[in-house]
Design a binder for this molecule. Structure first.
Ligand SMILES: *[C@@H]1O[C@H](CO)[C@@H](O)[C@H](O)[C@H]1NC(C)=O
Ligand SMILES: *[C@@H]1O[C@H](CO)[C@@H](O)[C@H](O)[C@H]1NC(C)=O
Ligand SMILES: *[C@@H]1O[C@H](CO)[C@@H](O)[C@H](O)[C@H]1NC(C)=O
Length: 465
């Protein structure tokens, strides 16, 4: 049976290769694929805000390894829209399982109702309650921040063994953008300063206390930031354009886990034995006071915020990046012994064009340590540090840090060459290649049709960026 099966596969694969006029050495095995998608349309006029959750977005399907995810705001003609016009506060994508045959809820929330038909698949980070549960997410820095996962690593998704019976895997996109054309105070609108939004309640109808000066609770969906007297601007149709890269899953891909740390996480670390039971309170946003009020000298105008966090399971760091808002001057993740695990520094734009907008963070530097060179131990306590300029006050800033971690490989030789450069050669008939050829046969035989999905939009409490 096994022999017959392999022979059949071989014949099919050879036929396919012939049909594709490819030499075996140019076979598609392990080749990176890429697709570009558009989110549902959102419409913004001067001062207005969108904070939408698009459910079941177009996404590559099947058992694959994600290699990168990039996104930006474009207009109806597909042209990138600069940040002075549309400030991209953030976008995030989340993975979830939806029970088959169940209609997606309209305006009612998946998580508020703890609906068992929808299960969020969190990243491996230590925040709780669906806070910072995303797989990818960035803001204004999206155009110049690398997200690619180097070979031989990948983020494994769509493994049928992991998807609960009766469910299917789907993806959710949250887009939060603010149209700052003609507004009185661009930075103030971007920092969601409550006085500019003239709101007294948050998006769920809870009253805002007078000491809450700014942040997401003041710039929720359909709020309006103050526009200059007499300013007129058309309402525009906009989209998130996102590019996903992936490879088909195969045993040579080394899986990485996603961890997101938050500098505002104020869990208590007094007793090591309770670390795993600690309540993490990731508040995501914080404020930076102006140093002219706190009385520091000009060159001391740096707000340094630190927190210590425990990494439950260690491994090798493959990638690192931080997320900061305007005013950010860098963030570093340190090991318990003070060594630098990754330092991520913002780039500010200098012009007007999309990707180089003056005064905005247009990119964050990333870390790609040589695999195996930066290791975090199981249970190691890390220090996260986020620095902001405090020459002026800021509300609703963030200090997040993403890292990708690979558990040490049981077979170090796997790391010595990239399996994605692997050629089909004279040893093509070994069993590994047979599996790869099966993948090829399936890939070539199936025409993947990305369903057009009707726009569904809903909001829910717990997901904060
Ligand atoms: C602010 O909101 C109040 C009550 O909702 C409204 O009466 C007032 O006109 C608003 N002010 C501005 C400047 O929009
Ligand atoms: C830590 O917590 C455990 C269980 O609550 C307790 O038995 C132990 O004494 C605590 N250790 C310290 C150093 O407080
Ligand atoms: C943050 O500021 C502190 C104090 O000035 C400094 O020691 C540290 O290197 C800074 N870190 C980053 C990432 O800028």
């Amino acid at each position: 049976m096994k022999m017959w099966c392999q022979g059949w596969l071989r014949s099919l694969a050879i036929l396919l290769l012939a049909a594709l006029s490819l030499e075996p050495s140019q076979a598609l095995i392990g080749k990176e694929k890429s697709a570009v998608f558009l989110s549902p349309e959102f419409v913004l006029g001067p001062g207005s805000v969108v904070d939408s959750y698009y459910q079941d977005i177009d996404f590559p399907r099947g058992h694959i390894a994600l290699k990168s995810f990039n996104a930006e705001v474009v207009d109806e003609t597909g042209l990138p829209v600069p940040l002075q016009e549309i400030y991209l506060h953030h976008w995030v994508i989340e993975r979830y399982y939806q029970r088959k045959g169940v209609e997606a809820p309209g305006s009612s929330s998946i998580k508020e109702t703890h609906n068992p038909d929808f299960i969020t698949v969190r990243n491996s980070g230590i925040c709780q309650d669906n806070v910072l549960a995303q797989y990818f997410g960035l803001g204004s820095e999206t155009r110049k921040t690398a997200t690619h996962v180097p070979d031989p690593y990948g983020i494994e998704i769509g493994n049928p063994v992991e998807i609960p019976d009766g469910y299917e895997e789907k993806w959710l996109l949250n887009v939060h953008a603010i149209d700052t054309r003609g507004v009185e105070d661009r930075l103030g609108c971007a920092e969601c300063r409550c006085d500019l939004y003239n709101v007294t309640e948050d998006g769920h109808g809870y009253p805002l206390s007078s000491d809450y000066k700014g942040g997401l609770r003041c710039c929720y969906d359909k709020t309006q930031c103050r526009v200059k007297e007499g300013f007129e601007g058309i309402r525009r149709s906009l989209y998130m354009k996102y590019t996903v890269k992936w490879v088909d899953w195969d045993s040579s891909v080394v899986p990485v886990k996603i961890y997101i740390f938050d500098v505002t996480d104020n869990w208590k670390s007094s007793n090591a034995s309770t670390v795993h039971r600690a309540r993490h309170n990731c508040r995501v946003e914080y404020d930076v006071g102006s140093c002219s009020i706190t009385g520091e000298t000009e060159d001391g105008c740096v707000d340094v915020k630190r927190t210590s966090l425990t990494m439950p399971t260690g491994g090798h760091v493959i990638y690192g990046v931080s997320h900061q808002h305007s005013g950010g001057i860098g963030s570093t993740l340190y090991g318990e012994d003070g060594r630098i695990i990754c330092s991520s520094i913002p780039t500010y734009g200098e012009g007007k064009e999309a990707g180089n907008e003056a005064g905005y963070i247009v990119g964050m530097s990333t870390c790609y340590p040589q695999p195996g060179s930066v290791k975090i131990s199981d249970g190691e306590t890390l220090i996260l540090e986020s620095n902001y300029s405090s020459t002026q006050k800021h509300t609703g800033v963030m200090g997040l840090f993403y890292i990708l971690v690979a558990e040490p490989s049981p077979n170090p030789s796997l790391l010595l060459h990239s399996p994605f450069d692997m050629h089909a050669n004279s040893k093509v008939y070994n069993s590994v290649s047979a599996v790869a050829l099966l993948g090829l046969a399936i890939a070539a035989a199936i025409v993947v049709v990305y369903r057009r999905r009707k726009e569904t939009e809903y909001g829910y409490e717990a997901l904060v960026v």
